[in-house]
Design a protein around this ligand. Structure first.
Ligand SMILES: Nc1ncnc2c1ncn2[C@@H]1O[C@H](COP(=O)(O)OP(=O)(O)O)[C@@H](O)[C@H]1O
Ligand SMILES: O=P(O)(O)OC[C@H]1O[C@](O)(COP(=O)(O)O)[C@@H](O)[C@@H]1O
Ligand SMILES: [Mg+2]
Length: 368
């Protein structure tokens, strides 16, 4: 047997740990060959396909702790809608499938998020590829899994930022705003906000009210605290409903900047000096947390076992303290958003943090 693995979408901590787990299980457990595909679907689109032999990495225990991905990754260039130099878009899916066939692979492990998984699922159906998916994304927005690789490390980084912001906020009598990533979901902001003691947690799943937020901050002051911590997820909108974006190149939106808008508004309304930190890609880099390494290792081993059992079109998932596997069709249903009636929201509210209110319009994305 000869299996391939690729990493796709935004990188995160724990990708090399999952590659190592796949190599160890496949090489030591089954005596197979493992091929690493470079730059996700882009590596397969090249002629010859860009790939490396991973068998030698079986002893590379440094990978367990190494950030990023040794294979490289892409979050642009959807092969079904590929941007060409002349500005047009082309369907290059046949080239990706041809690349897969040229490598002589019996199965493919795709490590990615919901967007990547949707692309790979479609390619697998078209090209008869034996596909198994492994969830990764700092955003933790994949359906069916409680945790995706990279999430815990990103939360740890955001909590460390709050830990560092609190003393400087207290020293200067300031409101400190921390903007975190997460695409359309607020999981990072919510987990980090609870763990880091944020006084307000703004997530895209909840509607905030600037007057209520202002009053909340002023009440903190009245109660005798000279500083406040606010965490805001990047996809939170301005009060007129518009998103703050860095880029919208026709392929995807890149969020960023809501923290600065919020600082201007909140600073003016409260009369309180306000500063902003935009955490950005710091959340993706660095050494994976032990929990992400555990999840990556469990996912990698289970994914290879699925291939050994001939069970394809499955995605490994973390559920109720163990690894399970689910239909890929149940995972590519759009982002899993924060459950506004869930434990994390009620905990944050119970701690007295400002979160706003659930939106009046019903959201269609999954919250499971
Ligand atoms: N070749 C590609 N591989 C993966 N994602 C791509 C590609 N081209 C465009 N994208 C887009 O990039 C974004 C990556 O997001 P997503 O796949 O959700 O990341 P992740 O897989 O890390 O969650 C999605 O909007 C996806 O459709
Ligand atoms: O690296 P880029 O292209 O700036 O993308 C930023 C986006 O990628 C992420 O960091 C990770 O998202 P994915 O895991 O879905 O790729 C998002 O939180 C953020 O919105
Ligand atoms: Mg995603």
């Amino acid at each position: 047997m000869r299996i391939g693995i690729l990493t796709s979408g935004g990188d995160c901590a724990g990708l090399n740990a999952v590659i190592l787990a796949v190599v160890r299980r496949a090489v030591l457990g089954y005596g197979w060959d493992v091929v690493g595909i470079r730059q996700g679907t882009h590596g397969l689109m090249q002629d010859p396909p860009q790939a490396i032999d991973l068998n030698d990495h079986v002893n590379n225990d440094g990978m367990l702790r190494l950030g990023g991905t040794i294979l490289g990754t892409v979050n642009k260039g959807d092969p079904f809608h590929y941007p060409m130099p002349d500005g047009s878009f082309a369907d290059r899916s046949a080239e990706v499938i041809a690349g897969y066939n040229k490598l002589g692979l019996d199965a493919l492990i795709g490590v990615g998020g919901d967007g990547s998984m949707a692309i790979l699922h479609r390619l697998a159906k078209m090209g008869g590829i034996n596909l198994v998916g492994i969830p990764k994304t700092i955003d933790n927005d994949l359906a069916q899994t409680e945790y995706s690789i990279g999430f815990t490390t990103a939360v740890n980084v955001a909590v460390e930022a709050l830990d560092r912001l609190q003393p400087t906020a207290a020293s200067h009598d300031r409101i400190m705003i921390l903007e975190v990533m997460g695409r359309d979901a607020g999981h990072i902001a919510l987990f980090a906000g609870v763990a880091g003691g944020a006084d307000a947690i703004l997530i895209p799943e909840m509607d905030y009210d600037l007057d209520a937020l202002t009053e909340h901050c002023l009440n903190i002051r009245k109660r005798g605290r000279n500083h406040a911590l606010v965490i805001v997820a990047e996809a939170v909108k301005r009060d007129d409903g518009s998103a703050v974006t860095q880029e919208n190149d026709g392929q995807k939106i890149r969020y960023g900047g809501i923290g600065h808008w919020l600082a201007d508004e909140l600073g003016a309304r409260t009369g309180w000096e306000t500063r902003v930190t935009v955490l950005g890609h710091v959340q993706r880099g660095g050494i994976p947390s032990p929990r992400d390494r555990v999840i990556a290792s469990a996912f990698g081993v289970h994914a290879v076992d699925l291939i050994a059992e001939g069970r394809f079109d499955r995605v490994v998932a973390w559920s109720k303290r163990k690894v399970i596997d689910v239909d890929m069709a149940d995972v590519i249903v759009g982002p899993r958003l924060v459950d506004t009636n869930g434990t994390m929201v009620s905990t944050a509210k119970g701690l007295g943090a400002y979160l706003g209110t659930p939106p009046k319009t019903v959201r269609t994305a999954k919250t499971v």
